[in-house]
Design a protein. Structure first.
Length: 609
């Protein structure tokens, strides 16, 4: 039972002084509680302190005033009324249902107040009502008061402070949830997951923990084909199954649109265990969907490491798993990180070298197999770093990985046009210049326009320039490649497919490509003396002739190879037997040796800016 109190209703200090003191204290305590908002005691102490200040101002017992909040989503009864602020002996009932007080008369008065949504005055108490967008609150004052009483004004300020305090805390919690929780799955998001990696709990796994990133394959296809609502249902179904299949010790987070992070003991958080979880379809609305995954993992055993580094290592392993055809998971290793750091450093050095124009364009002659005279050249990049050449297989892939290949490829095209102008000036219009083009360049919407602009800036005969695309690149995105090559062909350029025979071309796509030449891969030439390879080379040459295409054999190093290729009907050859790649100055010396009587010198065309 709560007894009605009586007291002298004159404040010990002036009314304004008491109000100012309570307001100032409320502001400071609300700020303090907001900073420690996840600690429930902070709220209780805040409101208790404010009530004690009001009671002290009027020399009232602390049990005279307490506050009740109401859950407006439920039915109006005492089970859904909670004591949210109290002092003195009533302090023990904070956060408990109003029914705990076992005061039926009080419960009825509070129900009347909430139903009427206005303050209720009785002969022995006041039920001060306040409502905002989030809460309905009633401050119970166990005193007989008139509406004009100064104490009532102070209690209204107290109730307002309590309501503001709860709202501030609720807003802070909402912000915390938005920052650290995934709205859809209610799991920790990427930030919170990484935060948990800073202080992993080894109590249940003293031998160490596994951290896994689990990526759902082709999840975007579900959204695109079946709608985002189905994709959302699938994500929730995945979360539900993982949680039901693993112990409560396991921590799960949604760290990407279709990527989940999992932390737990080695014996439970393991790719084999996860593969079992994903072995059967998931129900998403009316659909039963099979889901395959890739996983990247990292083992941690208590040595100091920050969460961001652990997450990065798992991500490295996940990226490796996506490229691995043998299995769908990969564990992080130090060597993997070292290789990544090496690649990053290589990209940095390559960018610096390119900016300083330390990358060179070299040329390897292509020879007419009948006349043994040069009929074309292939442009090749050379990078001399600290006196040593770095293999193109290393830095070209690094340039593609970083996107530098776009700028690098544009510069190579300019250099090829500059060389073509010089060849034209000396009467070598029939010598073609082949330029290798990356899939990254072909994907660039600006590539064709860039080529067109460069051609317009020079007086080069377009047919002198040949675009080379490797077979594997052409087959990677055939429709896009064919469309781009057709645009380049329309500009007057020639087109060749490189490394033919290694990429398992579709003959259907091959006949759609606007080709002029097929380049036979050097591995077939190197093994030309074995029976099977002879048949492959002869088949490629025969196919080219039927498609009205010229053929170039790469990697020719022996006279016997030249003779066999000639007998098979090959048109041109390229390799060390005739000439190694050489800088531009050596190329003109080579041309002079091949054509000693060439004296025609024409006016140079426009330089390429």
């Amino acid at each position: 039972m709560v007894n009605t109190r009586t007291a002298n209703l004159k404040p010990k200090d002036s009314l304004q002084s008491s109000l100012n003191r309570v307001r100032y204290s409320a502001i400071n305590k609300i700020i303090s509680a907001s900073q420690d908002s996840l600690n429930g005691h902070a709220l209780h102490e805040l409101f208790e302190g404010l009530m004690l200040q009001v009671c002290d101002a009027y020399d009232l017992p602390p049990e005279t005033i307490f506050c009740v909040t109401y859950d407006s989503t439920s039915r109006r009864n005492s089970q859904h009324m909670t004591i949210c602020a109290a002092a003195g002996q009533l302090r023990q009932f904070v956060d408990k249902p109003l029914s705990t007080l076992n005061d039926t008369a009080l419960e009825l008065k509070l129900q009347q107040t909430i139903k009427a949504k206005k303050t209720l005055f009785t002969e022995d108490s006041v039920y001060l009502y306040l409502s905002d967008f989030r809460y309905e609150m009633v401050l119970v004052i166990m005193l007989a008061l008139k509406p004009s009483e100064p104490l009532l004004k102070m209690c209204a300020g107290l109730l307002n402070a309590i309501c503001h305090g709860y709202n501030n805390i609720a807003n802070y919690i909402d912000l915390h949830s938005a920052a650290y929780l995934d709205f859809l799955t209610k799991l920790p998001n990427r930030n919170e997951f990484i935060k948990s990696l800073n202080v992993p709990n080894y109590s249940s796994a003293p031998e160490g923990l596994n951290v896994l990133l689990v990526d759902l394959n082709h999840f975007s296809d579900v959204n695109d084909a079946l709608g985002q609502s189905t994709g959302d249902m699938l994500l929730r179904a995945v979360v539900k199954r993982i949680q039901s299949s693993m112990s409560t010790e396991i921590k799960i987070g949604r760290v990407g649109a279709d990527v989940f992070g999992i932390i737990g003991p080695k014996k439970e958080v393991h790719p084999d265990q996860l593969n079992l979880i994903f072995a059967t379809p998931f129900r998403a609305g009316q659909y039963s969907l099979h889901v395959s995954v890739n996983m990247g993992g990292c083992f941690i055993d208590g040595e100091y490491d920050n969460g961001a580094d652990i997450f990065r290592r798992c991500d490295l392993a996940l990226n490796r798993a996506k490229k691995n055809t043998a299995k769908n998971y990969y564990w992080y290793s130090f060597e993997m990180e070292q290789k990544t750091l090496w690649r990053i450093e290589l990209i940095r050095r390559l960018a610096d070298a390119f900016n300083r124009r330390e990358i060179e364009v070299w040329f390897q002659p292509q020879v007419n197999i009948q006349t043994r005279k040069i009929c074309g050249v292939e442009t090749l990049l050379r990078w001399r770093d600290s006196g040593q050449f770095i293999s193109p297989t290393q830095f070209i892939s690094a340039a593609e990985y970083s996107g530098l290949i776009i700028e690098l490829g544009g510069w190579v095209f300019k250099e090829a046009l500059r060389t073509a102008v010089m060849l034209q000036a000396q009467g070598f219009e029939n010598i073609s210049i082949a330029i290798n083009v990356s899939i990254i360049q072909l994907r660039s919407k600006a590539f064709v326009n860039q080529v067109e602009d460069l051609l317009a800036q020079s007086s080069v005969i377009p047919s002198m320039i040949e675009i080379e695309v490797t077979e594997s690149v052409a087959m990677d995105e055939p429709e896009m490649t064919i469309a781009c090559l057709n645009q380049l062909k329309a500009l007057g350029l020639r087109v060749a497919i490189d490394d033919f025979g290694t990429g398992f071309s579709s003959l259907n796509y091959l006949q759609k490509m606007p080709l002029d030449r097929i380049k036979i891969d050097k591995q077939f030439v190197a093994e030309y003396q074995t029976g099977k390879t002879v048949h492959i080379v002869e088949m490629i040459i025969s196919l080219a002739k039927k498609l009205n295409l010229n053929t170039v054999a790469e990697g020719v190093e022996k006279e016997a190879q030249v003779q066999m290729l000639k007998e098979a009907g090959c048109d041109q050859v390229q390799g060390f037997y005739f000439a190694r790649p050489m800088p531009l100055s050596d190329l003109f010396l080579y041309l002079k040796s091949q054509f000693p009587h060439q004296t025609t010198v024409k006016k140079l065309g426009k330089p390429v800016s």
